[in-house]
Design a protein around this ligand. Structure first.
Ligand SMILES: Nc1ncnc2c1ncn2[C@@H]1O[C@H](COP(=O)(O)OP(=O)(O)OP(=O)(O)O)[C@@H](O)[C@H]1O
Length: 455
């Protein structure tokens, strides 16, 4: 059952600056936006505030968004990521027009359909059918026009007879099915999706993402808030990283997701810093071969972080003869290797490897912990060599290999050194094979003739 309305479909009018000169290519422009919430300790304080107004302050202020400025270009798909409470939903609500910014302004160019995690949307006492027309009206689409779209909406939502039941009787999955169907039916210029799809079942999510792809292809601007980093890498052209109400960074999904994973492993109070910050214990420690000439780089694209208490000094990919390679043929046997130095005693070290596609999609990842490889404690300054042997059943293309050296400490994973996208490798096709995708499942085809009576 849906206890509160979680999804809102709303409309913002075209907003033009300077008598219509709002740059055509800009879809959303957010200018120095801040949001301050009032926090009351109890409902009485809220009442007292409304009675005594400015005479005394019964609330504390909390700045959920701090001077946010960015632009989204028409047709872009932008992912918004950040830890819980970093201000993502607040921002989306302000862009969708369901919440007012305390400072700054937002210009939105086109019709916005938004699926927001919080806020009001469907009227719970109305049936699904009534809500479809109601939302149409809110979005400026008249009843006759909505009638034409109604069959498409119900067919996409696929909630059967529930369309004539009050929305308050819907499961959250049914609710989001109908809300998404309505949102896409109104031909939005801008579609905002805030984690809402996560409540739908797998098949529905797939259907939604297929539709989002079609909208993207047809030039709809899309804002997507999700904790599913694969979706960000797969769908987005740009990514914004929020932390503690600030826009920390923006850039390509892969770079920003790499940076975000660093935040996820830092403590809740810490700020993001780019460089490796060695602890006092490890201050005097330097990795054994950090400047090794052998060390390969990917055009400076490697993203590296850790607490400095250990290092991955050398990374490599070797063929079966032990030669370092940059290219391989699909399904070749290779060794992915790293040299490690411990900067202190490490009781439970874990070594990891991840292979990503050029779009940042994780194709395969594993580590010694997942493989049940027993922990072998490391002593200070001890160096070791770790090898992962793989049959590279990858489709032809470019891939990036990431390496990890972490410590399991009281059930927490502590990154000592992580080297994302440290090696770029090209996988060549076998002969004239022209299969596609990311995996090479080594298809073997047989075609046989059936006798008529066998049919
Ligand atoms: N109505 C409100 N009154 C007071 N504080 C609020 C209100 N709504 C949100 N906040 C606070 O503002 C901060 C940002 O919340 P927001 O929901 O925007 O974060 P988020 O990044 O979307 O988080 P999540 O990933 O958990 O959905 C949080 O600390 C939250 O507690």
């Amino acid at each position: 059952m849906v206890s509160q309305n979680k999804v809102r479909v709303c409309r913002c009018d075209l907003a033009f600056q300077n008598g219509g000169s709002f740059v055509e290519k800009v879809s959303i422009s957010v200018n120095n936006v801040s949001k301050t919430y009032r926090i009351y300790n109890n409902p009485q304080d809220r009442l007292m505030q409304s009675i005594f107004r400015g005479n005394r302050q019964y609330f504390k202020e909390f700045r959920a968004l701090k001077n946010i400025t960015f632009e989204v270009r028409k047709g872009e798909t932008v992912g918004i990521i950040g830890r819980n409470g970093s201000g993502k939903s607040t921002l989306l609500q302000i862009i969708a027009g369901t919440l007012q910014a305390t400072e700054g302004n937002i210009n939105v160019n086109g019709r916005v359909a938004a699926l927001l995690e919080l806020g009001s949307g469907f009227n719970p006492d109305f049936t699904g059918r009534e809500n479809v027309y109601l939302n149409g009206a809110i979005l400026g689409i008249n009843r006759a026009e909505m009638e034409k779209r109604f069959d498409d909406i119900t067919s996409f939502a696929d909630i059967g007879d529930y369309i004539d039941q009050p929305v308050k009787t819907y499961s959250s999955g049914m609710y989001v099915r109908l809300a998404f169907a309505v949102a896409i039916s109104v031909d939005p210029d801008i579609l905002i999706v805030d984690e809402a799809l996560a409540v739908g079942d797998g098949r529905f999510q797939l259907k939604c993402f297929e539709r989002i792809k079609t909208l993207k292809e047809s030039g709809t601007t899309i804002l997507l808030v999700t904790h599913d980093l694969q979706s960000i890498r797969q769908f987005c052209d740009q990514c914004l990283l929020f932390d503690k109400g600030k826009l920390l960074d923006q850039g390509t999904p892969n770079d920003i997701v790499n940076k975000y994973t660093k935040i996820l492993f830092s403590s809740a109070d810490s700020e993001l810093t780019e460089h490796i910050e060695p602890s006092e214990e490890a201050n005097s420690f330097q990795g054994a071969n950090t400047n090794d000439e052998d060390q390969r780089k990917t055009d400076g694209k490697e993203y590296r972080y850790g607490n400095g208490q250990g290092s991955i000094d050398k990374v490599d990919i070797l063929d079966i003869t032990g030669q370092s390679i940059e290219m391989l043929t699909t399904c070749d046997e290779v060794t992915i290797a790293m040299d490690i130095t411990a900067g202190k005693e490490i009781a439970k070290p874990i070594y990891a490897v991840t292979i990503k596609s050029v779009k940042g999609l994780e194709v395969y990842g594993t580590n010694t912990y997942f493989q049940n490889y027993p922990f072998e404690a490391l002593q200070p300054n001890q160096t070791i060599h770790v090898e992962f042997k793989h049959r590279m059943a990858l489709a032809p293309g470019i891939y990036f290999i990431s390496f990890g050296f972490v410590e399991l400490l009281k059930e927490e994973i502590v990154p000592l050194d992580r080297r994302y996208d440290a090696i770029e490798i090209k996988v060549l096709p076998q002969g004239s094979d022209r299969s596609f995708g990311i995996a090479n499942l080594d298809s073997r085809i047989t075609i046989s003739h059936l006798e008529k009576q066998q049919l």
